[in-house]
Design a binder for this molecule. Structure first.
Ligand SMILES: Cc1cc2nc3c(=O)[nH]c(=O)nc-3n(C[C@H](O)[C@H](O)[C@H](O)COP(=O)(O)OP(=O)(O)OC[C@H]3O[C@@H](n4cnc5c(N)ncnc54)[C@H](O)[C@@H]3O)c2cc1C
Length: 369
């Protein structure tokens, strides 16, 4: 039986970013079911950070995180938000929300938007207005995960791979968790199992919070070889539509921003979602997508109010929830790790979070009581 202070379940961005901080306060072990970190949501994301997020708490967590998203795991890259026909009000709303945190954004007319992304259509079905944020961040999920893993290792922590937690019980004082090769005794269990977060709670005899995995599909396709798209902004419609993002010199990533309820699983792309992504892009641009270069799907997991969760369970001492990172788990991970460290270690609530208007109650699992 391995004795640790904190046992973190899941080596995605939530688990590893929190583990790296918790290692300052005690012995940490991370158990990951897969043979590498980031195999699920964290390795399948579009990996971009911006403020076009519906929820004010998510925007505030993003604001706290932005200065901490640094090279080499994050680099500045512009983001362009498009209004298609009928989305004028949504563009106004996104602008107002955005200005709170990024007052330097600028309004563009369709012609100016087309100068940045020349494939955009004007007129019927095309772009009618846009918003440019020069300070978005292109994230490198792998570099983020590896950075946290290194910090954790340097602090004496460990990551066990191929180590699914198969049983979890409280012996009155500590949590006992079993993996096929090793058992752990921990003062605190951190449930950072992403789409499996409710299942982990059930394993420990704890009521689930209602964390819902929603599948989203992404495609990539190649542009004509003479066109260098690497400087194009991350480009997203403010209402239903799509986003596109450069993947190197000659490739674009596209997503129809679809959401389909799913069981926790190794999500796979469905043909109709692949077709929808291509169709939505073709509708609003001059592109004809002849061949899909790659496609994948991932699960974005949401709490019932679509805000993330960090905090001890109300009924189970030492059981800490770090879940519901939805479609913003990479870009909010620095702030969420900070919150998790404070709450799991009984420290003062971080001033940076308070100053941004994020109180403990906003992320607490107790809000679902
Ligand atoms: C298509 C797509 C696009 C996205 N785009 C963005 C974006 O642009 N920006 C952004 O910030 N976010 C984005 N996201 C969201 C982001 O990827 C997630 O919010 C984030 O990765 C969630 O991290 P996590 O650590 O909670 O989950 P995960 O990365 O899924 O990690 C959970 C881990 O727990 C492990 N686990 C489960 N059960 C057990 C068990 N019993 N024992 C041990 N381990 C277990 C799993 O194997 C998994 O590795 C996107 C997501 C998708 C799918």
């Amino acid at each position: 039986m391995r004795q640790v202070d904190f046992l973190v379940i899941g080596a995605g961005i939530a688990g590893l970013s929190a583990a790296a901080r918790l290692a300052r306060h005690g012995k940490v072990a991370v158990c990951e079911a897969e043979s590498a970190p980031g195999v699920h949501a964290s390795g399948r994301s579009a990996a971009f950070a911006h403020f076009d997020m519906d929820d004010p708490i998510v925007r505030a967590l993003t604001a706290v995180s932005m200065p901490l998203l640094e090279e080499p795991a994050a680099r500045r890259h512009p983001a362009l938000f498009l209004a298609l026909e009928g989305q004028e009000a949504a563009l106004d709303r996104v602008e107002a929300n955005y200005r709170v945190w990024e007052p330097g954004i600028t309004r563009l007319d369709p012609q100016q938007a087309r100068e940045l992304v020349p494939i955009l259509k004007e007129g019927s079905g095309g772009v009618i207005g846009a918003l440019l944020d020069e300070n978005g961040r292109k994230l490198d999920a792998h570099a983020m995960l590896e950075g946290h893993r290194r910090t954790l290792r340097e602090a004496g922590g460990e990551v066990a791979l191929d180590a699914p937690i198969t049983a979890l019980r409280h012996d009155g004082e500590r949590w006992i968790a079993d993996t096929p090769g090793q058992s752990y005794s921990a003062r605190v269990v951190v449930n950072a199992a992403g789409a499996w977060a409710d299942q982990i709670a059930s394993l420990g005899g704890i009521a689930p919070l209602g964390i819902r995995p929603l599948r989203r599909t992404v495609i990539t396709f190649d542009m004509s070889p003479e066109l260098d798209v690497s400087g194009w902004p991350f480009t997203k419609t403010v209402g239903p539509g799509f986003y596109i993002e450069p993947e190197g010199r000659g490739r674009l990533l596209a997503c129809a921003m679809d959401e389909h309820p799913s069981e926790p699983c190794d999500a796979q792309p469905e043909e109709e979602d692949v077709a929808l992504a291509a169709w939505r892009v073709e509708e609003a641009t001059t592109l004809e997508i002849r061949r899909i270069a790659s496609k994948w799907a991932g699960l974005r997991s949401f709490a019932p109010d679509r805000r993330p969760v960090a905090g001890f369970d109300r009924t189970a001492p030492g059981f800490f929830w770090l879940a519901g990172q939805g479609g913003f788990g990479l870009q909010t991970s620095p702030a969420m790790a900070m919150a998790a460290e404070a709450l799991a270690c009984g420290l003062d609530w971080p001033e940076g979070l308070r100053a941004a208007g994020v109180e403990q109650a906003a992320v607490s699992p107790a809000r679902f009581a």
